[in-house]
Design a protein around this ligand. Structure first.
Ligand SMILES: C[S@@+](CC[C@H](N)C(=O)[O-])C[C@H]1O[C@@H](n2cnc3c(N)ncnc32)[C@H](O)[C@@H]1O
Length: 441
């Protein structure tokens, strides 16, 4: 029987208005303002016929020139990657020390929860359901050389017995490795909310994350969630099924907090109401939702690519199971961070579209691994030049002329046409770039 989410029916008109794609002029104004607030000059967002919105060069770019460097809208570290490295929960740079990073990884390896590069099955995945939808990359970041790795037990790997106490002394700083003073990292500052989960590179990052979304998603004693227990259940469910739910929770929490901030600080927004198909709704909710309203979206269970191991005759059952999984997650999130003024955000329709938005727009973010740099240095190899933080950076790979579209490849361009199309199926569109059109014909 199909699940019915009562909020969908109760707020159908508001949900419809929230999910309406912005008018071209409205989107143009939003992105013009966004770009004007960044240091970047020389790009603009324009509608590009059949392809929707695109970024275009407004000046000549030389090869190697920086086009854009910007903070992500919403980002999270993959669960498997969390086992591998300790990074700032806001800007994603490595924190602590080389010794802590190595000691922590060895410790988790001993517990049997670290990364095994030979396999790619999440330990936490349930065998007989479609929970993960066959996806590996629906969250937003990977670090250094561990890209694409998955958590698994390492019991059958060749184990090297480590001297007793070695791991502890690496973690607690008693043991110094040679030359690590050349690779100093920012300290690991624990979340002031007391969750013991989030760590930051600075007080500024801790504060920014708290204000952006973590105050609602922290499980510590200072949490501003409705119930830390419910939040714990939501997080556990996401970890056991699909960590894209953690990303969706960040998107909802940040909208709730923006709504509260707008109402608290902006007199105009406090009393302002919007008429949505005959119903009056606070206009602050629409303003708070704006950054998410700009992104291309479809319902998750409609746009997710059918995994290879699901027969087409089972497609309907597969999509119903994905929808039901999203509903279970949403119920847990609702119990954890419900906000009366933002109730439409707790509809399955909005939740499904937020997750679908990540499915269709997500990019993996690779940040420099100082641990990798350290080993390269020790091996007397030159270290690769990479950015140190988790900002999204776009650099011109070839000269780009004024008026030309600035594009990025969603997949490895070296792959064959068929392999590229198979990977692009996850993004829910048939690629019509010049290379694909040429090779197709
Ligand atoms: C990440 S979004 C890009 C932004 C999008 N154009 C918009 O208006 O928001 C991806 C979507 O853009 C369109 N798109 C991007 N590149 C394309 C390509 N090479 N061929 C066909 N469609 C493309 C598809 O509709 C795809 O689902």
């Amino acid at each position: 029987m199909e699940i019915v989410c009562p909020v969908d029916a109760q707020f159908a008109d508001v949900i419809y208005a929230l999910l309406c794609p912005p008018a071209p002029l409205q989107a143009q104004g939003y992105f013009d303002q966004l770009i004007s607030k960044r240091q970047t000059r020389g790009i603009k967002v324009e509608q590009n016929g059949d392809f929707g919105k695109g970024v275009f060069a407004d000046k000549e770019f030389k090869e190697g020139e920086l086009i854009l460097k910007d903070q992500m809208l919403v980002g999270a570290q993959h669960i498997a990657n969390k086992m591998d490295c300790l990074v700032c929960s806001f800007c994603f740079r490595f924190i602590g020390s080389i010794e802590l990073q190595i000691g922590r990884k060895l410790y988790l390896q001993q517990l049997g929860v670290s990364v095994n590069h030979d396999e790619c099955d999440m330990e936490v995945e349930e065998e007989d359901n479609f929970a993960d939808g066959g996806e590996e990359d629906d969250s937003s970041m990977e670090n250094g050389e561990d890209s694409g790795a998955c958590a698994s037990t390492s019991s059958h790997r060749n184990k090297v017995e480590l001297p007793r106490g070695l791991v502890e002394s690496l973690i607690n700083g008693e043991l110094k490795l040679p030359l690590t003073e050349n690779f100093s990292l920012p300290p690991a500052i624990p979340c002031a909310g007391g969750c013991g989960e989030a760590y930051y590179c600075s007080k500024l990052c801790a504060q920014s994350d708290w204000e952006t979304c973590h105050s609602l998603l922290c499980t510590g004693e200072k949490s501003e969630s409705v119930s830390s227990e419910a939040l714990g259940e939501f997080i556990q469910h996401a970890n056991e099924t699909n960590d894209v739910f953690l990303l969706a929770a960040k998107a909802i929490a940040s909208t709730i907090l923006r709504n509260r901030k707008l109402k608290a600080t902006c007199l105009e927004e406090r009393g302002k109401l919007k008429n949505v198909l005959g119903r009056t709704v606070s206009s602050a909710l629409f303003e708070a939702w704006k950054p998410l309203s700009m992104a291309h979206k479809r319902r998750w269970w409609d746009c997710i690519a059918l995994p290879f191991d699901v027969e087409s005759s089972d497609e309907e059952a597969f999509r119903a199971q994905i929808r039901s999984l999203a509903f279970s997650s949403l119920q847990l999130l609702r119990a954890a961070i419900f906000d009366n003024e933002c109730e439409p955000l707790f509809s399955l329709e909005i939740y499904g579209h937020i997750i679908g938005m990540f499915e269709l727009n997500n990019l993996d973010l690779v940040v420099a691994s100082p641990v990798e740099d350290y080993f390269l240095y020790i091996d007397d190899l030159p270290s690769p030049e990479k950015d140190k933080d988790g900002q999204a950076t776009i650099i011109a790979l070839k000269p780009i002329h004024k008026g030309e579209e600035v594009t990025i490849s969603y997949v490895d361009e070296e792959l064959s046409f068929e392999e590229r199309q198979a990977l692009l199926a996850d993004y829910g569109f048939r690629c019509r770039c010049l290379k694909c059109l040429k090779e197709e014909s």
